[in-house]
Design a protein around this ligand. Structure first.
Ligand code: PLP
Length: 398
């Protein structure tokens, strides 16, 4: 077999930082105001305009956003939250912060997201209906919210998920860490659920190094999040002297810095270009790989716009020339990175031990876990990087 090897390692994701972004960050550093201030305010306003939400709350991570959203809806240890079995631990760990019960749904076999069907299946199996509420059978806790995850940037069926949620008095908190910029049925992700939580981690669609944003149309709960992101300090004390503030709860330290927000403002402005390049690469892969046997490709979203955060393939071990593990190793030998999104939550020792999840309840997630791999996809890949991935994958699976 021919073996083409790159000189340098190609990671599966890298941030794209322009000279303009560096200049904007430098000017904040020179300004004397480096923590939360005017740049954060501007980033929040720009983000509201971009996704058409009423409120945007900038934070130092998406994990903080998921946590604050659950705090704002008043989650307690007597509650349960339903989320997807295929996600990063951030989505489920925040439920555990409250000693509440995480309930996991299986995912659909194609896009590996929570669907109306997998949600209803979980409700039927795990819950009893009591008036307008759902009670988790084994813990006796009242289900308070669902947290769908737009995996890889393929959007969940929001209309149907919201309809089910309204029936049972559930808040909808979307994990949109992968879903910027994604459009679902003509409306941007960020304008659909009760809360939408974006991540600006280094590998995400846009980055602030570390950072996150919650969008919502609920101004009352937005102000609760603004209070709780900074020590529980209520600053709505207009007629008081300048030194006066009141602590109204034991809050958190989740604010974004102006240094990070300055980067975010430029990234947001540049994001249409990032997305165009990501789509171009994904479609090129799809075309090149279309004839490879046993390889399932990620399709564009006919209902809207895929964010193309990840390019996730699946290999059928019985049909493809090699399995997922071998492909990952062979790619690494050729200096090409890859990753897996995600090891299902129920596989992790912490969740297994404390919540007694059983693999057999998640047949589609389990199948995905044996087969999925994310290939390099980021806006800064040049054509020769893309060629290298195409050549290697075709060599190995053709
Ligand atoms: C990255 C990620 C998060 C966490 O984002 P942070 O900004 O690092 O807190 C949450 N959920 C998913 C699905 C992610 O990929």
């Amino acid at each position: 077999m021919i073996k083409t090897i790159r000189d340098t390692f190609l990671p599966f994701a890298l941030p794209s930082i322009s000279e303009e972004a560096i200049e904007e960050v430098a000017s904040v550093l020179r300004s004397g105001w480096v923590t939360s201030g005017p740049k954060v305010k501007q980033f929040e306003n720009d983000f509201c305009d971009y996704v058409s939400s009423k409120e945007s709350i900038a934070l130092n991570s998406a994990t903080a956003g998921l946590h604050l959203a659950l705090e704002a809806i008043g989650l307690s240890e007597n509650n349960a939250v339903i989320t997807s079995s295929v996600t990063f631990t951030a989505t489920t760990e925040v439920i555990c912060y409250f000693k509440a019960q995480p309930i996991l749904t299986d995912v659909d076999p194609i896009h590996n997201v929570m669907t109306p069907e997998t949600l209803l299946e979980t409700i039927e199996k795990e819950c009893t209906v009591n008036g307008n509420s759902l009670i988790h059978k084994s813990s006796g806790k009242i289900v308070k919210a669902i947290m769908p995850v737009h995996l890889a940037g393929y959007t969940c069926d929001m209309e149907a998920l919201i309809e089910i949620s309204r029936k049972y008095n559930l808040f909808v908190i979307e994990d949109a860490a992968h879903a910027f910029p994604a459009i679902h049925k003509g409306k941007m992700i960020g304008a659909w659920g009760d809360f939408t939580v974006f991540s600006f981690y280094a590998t995400k669609g846009i980055t602030t190094g570390e950072g996150g944003m919650v969008t919502t149309n609920n101004s009352e709960l937005a102000s609760r999040m603004r209070v709780m992101r900074l020590h529980g300090i209520n600053r709505d004390t207009y007629n008081r002297p300048g030194w006066f503030y009141e602590v109204v709860d034991a809050g958190f330290k989740y604010n974004l810095t102006d240094i990070a927000a300055a980067l975010g403002i430029v990234q947001l402005k540049e994001s249409p270009g990032f997305w165009n390049r990501r789509e171009e690469i994904a479609l090129r892969y799809n075309e090149e790989f279309s004839k490879l046997k046993g390889m399932k490709l990620p399709l564009p979203d006919s209902r809207g716009k895929h964010s193309w955060h990840l390019y996730r393939i699946e290999l059928d071990p019985k049909v493809a020339k090699m399995g997922r593990d071998s492909l990952a190793i062979e790619l690494k030998d050729r200096n090409i990175g890859s990753s897996l999104h995600f090891i299902p939550i129920y596989e992790h020792p912490f969740y297994k031990k404390n919540y007694n999840f059983k693999k057999k309840d998640f047949p589609n997630a389990s199948k995905m876990y044996d087969r999925a791999l994310s290939l390099p996809l980021f806006a800064g890949m040049n054509n020769s990087d893309v060629d290298d991935v195409v050549t290697a994958v075709k060599e190995l699976l053709g």
